[in-house]
Design a protein around this ligand. Structure first.
Ligand code: ADP
Ligand code: MG
Length: 707
């Protein structure tokens, strides 16, 4: 008899009806410590996890009445009588068992099988249900190592057998038994899905959906489009969106400022701009202004491709704060970018008549103290900085707006934490992201925020002529670069990102740097990489932006937002080693000025099929949103953003690529549920609590508890 492992007390509030699903996995029949370990490899530690692990395939075991009906080679199940055993004549030969359907014989073939086991499983004269792949060998029907040997009294095997993901130490049989026992524990639960939606989609109840999903009858039942799988996916998306909606509400419930400007500063800047705002810019600014004017706290994402003109939108938002007599802060992920924002905004800020200062980790001593004093005294309207602005000593007189130029450095969890900071009335938040991501992913990652999208580029952009060439042609490229540089062109040369280690990449970059410098001369070439002191990097960048250098050799540090409008050539070496989104970002560094630009994707032949497609897509389009959709189609959702760093949730069932539309529905549904039932204590609200417990949305549960 096995002793049940000690169970930790369930967390307070978990509905008792769910307890059996949250017991230890070892409480399932046939699962001992060894199997439990193997399950843990698959992130399955409780029956609940197993219930949410759906079959990834299936095996058709066609039941046949007679051997004559078999169409070898195929997997069949049939009833046979054991005739006789033929032990191997020589060592190393198989053990054969002759079985018959009454009319014909078939050989069951076993290599290295134990004799006592064979005698027990296949006693002569007994009837057995045998399932396995039947083949013809020398005209004789045989089944090598049958998959199933059952007593005719046993329940018959499913004609279509689900196939589960395995790890070392697990077999389909162990998992199948575990699933069967788990399904017996699956209770009916109150319905959390909107009745109308459920009826319209023809979705089954939760427990029924699990049973159906675990019992496919054919390959079609494995599709994410079946009602059962759709429903289970929707459960995950709804739970996630409920969490985000609760987080959003708790942020917005917090006291905010009603910051409404009179437009006087904004009008000055618009008058000073050499071009009109795009429609998307105007729309986004209006959305932001309306949101800031509300007494609730703003929590908004500004999404726009490289070059879509986010900077001026951020400035306008800051001007609203200034018009209302308050302050704004703009946070950039790096020192270079903070200084670049300052450079980009200085002239416009002057036109508006606001005071701007910079604060980064490098500002020290008296200068820093001066900034801190001015800030606290309200003499600075807009502070631009890096993470340094989070420090305690940084105090504002009246901070109304925080703009975060995010570039994917913060995940959902971090952002929510950030939102929780601040005093009695924390500032409005505007997060800018330059990576266009498909809407389904945006909703998953930023569903707690309101969204403004710059989906229109400033007019007059010249397309970037993009070519892909094998690395063998490098000499030709260097010659062409030489000609262009003689005509005054500025170019980036991005070095490969091949190794995991930055040091190895660095060596490659330094080598390329030496080669290009030998060709073009000391003055003309600079190197920047992530390991160099920021001062050196800034100097190299400045030399390239304004000074004598015409060629900037770089590792991917330049990916993040660098703006040198005079640069017109981008060479990306070993382009096949970069992701689509990254290539798009890199290419976005050129095509920013008046001159025509080009991008050379140097690749190492031969290209894999997906690398070929990636490079082809880049040559076809510069539309970041389209590229992002293609990227999503080619990779999993997690890969697109890099799950670990993005804070994008991992779903067990939902597939953000194939079920993209459901995310949108779930978001609407979650928000409207919270509107009609803010405390989740109506009928559907209480059902939704079951869902949150079931899917372990701890954060949501804490947020409801906090009220
Ligand atoms: P992002 O930060 O979104 O990548 P920027 O704000 O740096 O883009 O803008 C890219 C370039 O486009 C800048 O040189 C900017 O001056 C210019 N720009 C921005 N808005 C417009 C517009 N409406 N019309 C023309 N040029 C614009
Ligand atoms: Mg920018």
């Amino acid at each position: 008899m096995s002793i049940a492992p000690p169970q930790p007390a369930p967390p307070k509030g978990r509905p008792p009806v769910l307890f059996p699903l949250f017991a230890d996995i070892e409480t399932l029949p046939g699962v001992g410590p060894r199997a439990a370990k193997a399950f843990a490899q698959l992130n399955i530690t409780r029956p609940r996890d197993l219930a949410l692990t759906l079959p990834v395939g299936g095996v058709l075991r066609r039941p046949i009445a007679r051997l004559a009906d078999a169409r070898p080679p195929e997997i069949v199940t049939l009833r046979l009588t054991i005739d006789r055993h033929m032990p191997p004549a020589r060592k190393g030969r198989p053990w054969r068992v002759i079985a018959s359907d009454g009319a014909q014989d078939v050989q069951l073939v076993f290599f290295h099988a134990r004799q006592d086991w064979l005698a027990k499983e296949l006693p002569v004269g007994a009837a057995r249900i045998i399932s396995g792949k039947i083949e013809l060998f020398d005209g004789m029907a045989q089944i090598v190592h049958p998959d199933l040997i059952l007593d005719p009294a046993d329940p018959p095997p499913a004609p279509y057998e689900p196939v589960y993901p395995l790890s070392a130490g697990l077999t389909q049989r162990i998992v199948g038994r575990g699933v069967a026992a788990t399904l017996e524990r699956v209770p009916p639960l109150p319905e959390w899905i909107d009745r109308g939606l459920k009826a319209q989609r023809g979705w089954p109840d939760w427990d029924e959906a699990l049973r159906v999903a675990h019992h496919p009858h054919g390959p079609g039942d494995l599709s994410p489009d079946t009602p059962a799988r759709q429903r289970l996916a929707y459960d995950e998306l709804l739970a996630h969106q409920l969490t985000l909606a609760l987080a959003r509400r708790s942020v917005r419930r917090g006291m905010g400022h009603a910051t409404a400007g009179d437009g006087r500063l904004r009008r000055r800047v618009i008058a000073a701009l050499p071009w009109p705002l795009t429609g998307a810019q105007t729309r986004s600014i209006d959305e932001i202004a309306a949101d800031m004017a509300e007494p609730r706290r703003m929590n908004r994402l500004l999404q726009g491709d490289v070059g879509s003109g986010k900077t001026v939108v951020a400035l306008m938002a800051a001007l609203i704060a200034a018009e209302a007599g308050g302050q704004a802060v703009l946070m950039a992920p790096t020192e270079i970018l903070a200084r670049q924002h300052l450079a980009a905004l200085a002239a416009l800020a002057e036109a508006a008549g606001i005071r701007v200062a910079v604060l980064t980790g490098r500002d020290k001593g008296a200068a820093r103290q001066q900034v801190l004093n001015d800030l606290a005294a309200g003499l600075i309207d807009l502070l631009i900085g890096t993470h340094a602005v989070f420090q305690k000593e940084v105090r504002f007189a009246d901070l109304r707006l925080a703009v975060i130029d995010e570039q994917h450095r913060f995940g959902v969890a971090q952002r929510l934490e950030l939102a929780g900071k601040g005093g009695a009335a924390p500032p409005d938040m505007l997060v800018m992201t330059a990576t266009p991501i498909p809407r389904s992913l945006a909703l998953a990652q930023y569903g707690d925020m309101d969204l403004s999208v710059l989906d229109e580029k400033p007019p007059g952009r010249k397309p970037v002529a993009t070519v892909a060439l094998p690395l063998d042609e490098i000499d030709r490229i260097v010659d062409r670069l030489d000609r262009a540089m003689r005509d005054g062109a500025r170019a980036y040369w991005v070095c490969p990102l091949v190794e995991e280690s930055e040091l190895v990449d660095l060596t490659a970059a330094e080598e390329r740097f030496r080669m290009l410098r030998a060709r073009f001369g000391e003055d003309a070439v600079r190197l920047v990489h992530g390991q160099m002191p920021p001062e050196d990097r800034d100097r190299a960048m400045a030399d390239f932006a304004e000074g004598p250098a015409q060629l900037l050799v770089a590792t991917t540090v330049i990916e993040v937002g660098v703006n040198v409008p005079e640069a017109t050539i981008m060479v990306i070496e070993r382009a096949e080693s970069f992701g689509l989104a990254q290539l798009h970002q890199l290419r976005g560094r050129v095509g920013r000025g008046r001159e025509a630009s080009s991008c050379v994707l140097l690749y190492q032949a031969p290209l894999s099929e997906t690398a070929t497609r990636r490079l082809a897509i880049l040559r076809e389009t510069e539309d970041g949103f389209r590229i992002a959709e293609e990227d999503l189609a080619m990779r999993g959702a997690g890969d697109v953003i890099g799950t670990a760093q993005s804070g994008l949730p991992r779903f067990r069932i939902a597939d953000l690529e194939r079920q993209a539309g459901l995310m949108e529905v779930a978001r609407q549904d979650a928000r409207s549920l919270l509107e009609t039932d803010p405390d989740l204590d109506g009928e559907r609200g209480r059902a939704a609590r079951h869902l949150l417990w079931l899917l372990e949305q701890d954060r949501a549960i804490r947020l409801i508890a906090a009220g």
